[in-house]
Ligand binder design. Structure first.
Ligand SMILES: NC(=O)c1ccc[n+]([C@@H]2O[C@H](COP(=O)([O-])OP(=O)(O)OC[C@H]3O[C@@H](n4cnc5c(N)ncnc54)[C@H](O)[C@@H]3O)[C@@H](O)[C@H]2O)c1
Length: 364
């Protein structure tokens, strides 16, 4: 299966196929300017899947070195980026060389940022290995790093020249990270595609059991929807912000957990519920059945419905954190709110009491 992210002269393919990693060399060779690449992966993914990618590049005549960093969000820093730029220099990666991200969203965001800055930008390829990265972060060109003031505050748009999604690599992914990725798939159903939401409800067992056809379907549908948003609004000046359903609440919860207690997808799961609560209290929710459907689906996929903490000052801190959201304009936080299955609206919300009430519903 192949999709295209339509960005005119910068359009790029998304290859989705079991075994695609072993064919990555021949798939990406036409997108490169020279047969030289640096693979950036975290140490876990490098050990599991690095050799497959290297062999496929070698078979296509592409000379590749691999550089690994310690796994986890804690590596998404300027320090790691600086070490990776040193690696680019050490391996003499030229202006016509390419950087390949092999891994989850951390590797993709970090390697993309390194690629955007090395020699003012070199070609970049995404080979996602988590469900979250396949359905979300590998497509769309957002890259970046974290600083103590916040997550993803430093970054660059850097569209890849190709995305290689091999659902077979998900067989080594742990259950919790797999389920966290499903939250983003549910998100696409809620924001844009009622049929996808209904399909997930009908096929929940196959999805949970990681049935290969079910995985290929959710990766394809998610990438199709994401590619559509990116083609409509590459720089998130309007419509693309709809992809942030659940993220304003979710980012506040993630920050509160010190980026350790909750995975990104888990925070998005809780955040989508809270968006329903806020939508209902503001009179925006047109379909009263949607919150119960969402809860049922999140529960079937083993995702959390609430943040497990009730410290009295917590709600105040969470509301304050939403004000730092990158979507805030003129002091008002813009929330993506569900209207009905497949439709959301972007609304500036000044009613702090309503935001606090939503957070109260989502903490236990
Ligand atoms: N750029 C975007 O548009 C965008 C969108 C969503 C999220 N993100 C970012 O993505 C990051 C989260 O990504 P993530 O959830 O993929 O986390 P991650 O990259 O840290 O991967 C999660 C864990 O899974 C392991 N892993 C990855 N693939 C594996 C495999 N096939 N087998 C076994 N283990 C494997 C990794 O080593 C890691 O320990 C966050 O930093 C978030 O900000 C970016």
């Amino acid at each position: 299966m192949q999709l295209l992210v339509d960005l005119g002269a910068r359009s790029y393919p998304i290859h989705i196929a079991s075994g695609a990693l072993a064919r990555a060399g021949s798939l990406i060779a036409p997108c490169l300017a020279a047969p030289q690449a640096l693979i950036i992966a975290d140490a876990t993914v490098a050990a599991l899947h690095g050799a497959t990618l290297r062999q496929s590049l070698a078979a296509a005549g592409i000379h590749a070195e691999l550089v690994a960093f310690p796994p986890g969000e804690r590596s998404k820093t300027l320090d790691t980026a600086a070490q990776l730029w040193d690696a680019c220099a050490r391996h003499r990666l030229g202006r016509d060389g390419a950087i390949l991200a092999l891994g989850g969203g951390v590797a993709g965001d970090l390697a993309g940022f390194v690629a955007a800055c090395w020699m003012r930008g070199v070609r970049f390829v995404q080979a996602p290995t988590t469900l979250l990265a396949m359905v979300d972060s590998a497509v769309g060109g957002k890259t970046g790093i974290d600083i103590p003031a916040g997550k993803n505050l430093i970054g660059a748009f850097c569209q890849p020249v190709a995305v290689i999604c091999d659902p077979a690599v998900l067989t080594t992914l742990d259950e919790r990270n797999y389920r966290a990725g499903l939250a983003e798939v549910i998100k696409y159903g809620v924001i844009r595609d009622a049929a996808l939401l209904a399909w997930l409800e009908g096929q929940a067992e196959a999805v949970s059991a990681r049935d290969p056809e079910a995985i290929a379907h959710i990766v394809h549908e998610s990438c199709r929807i994401k590619a559509w948003y990116v083609a409509c609004d590459e720089r998130e000046e309007g419509l693309r912000a709809e992809l942030n359903l659940g993220h304003t609440f979710g980012h506040a919860l993630e920050a509160e957990s010190g980026y350790q207690g909750l995975l990104h997808g888990e925070a998005v799961a809780i955040g989508m519920r809270l968006a329903c609560v806020l939508a209902r209290s503001l009179g925006v929710l047109a379909d009263p059945d949607l919150p119960a459907r969402l809860d049922a689906l999140l529960t079937r996929f083993g995702l959390p419905l609430r943040y497990p903490a009730t410290d009295p000052a917590l709600i105040e801190r969470l509301v304050a954190r939403t004000a730092l959201d990158k979507k805030a304009r003129g002091g008002r936080v813009r929330f993506v709110l569900p209207v009905r299955a497949g439709q959301v609206t972007l609304l500036p919300v000044a009613d702090q009491a309503a935001i606090a009430a939503a957070f109260r519903e989502g903490c236990q």
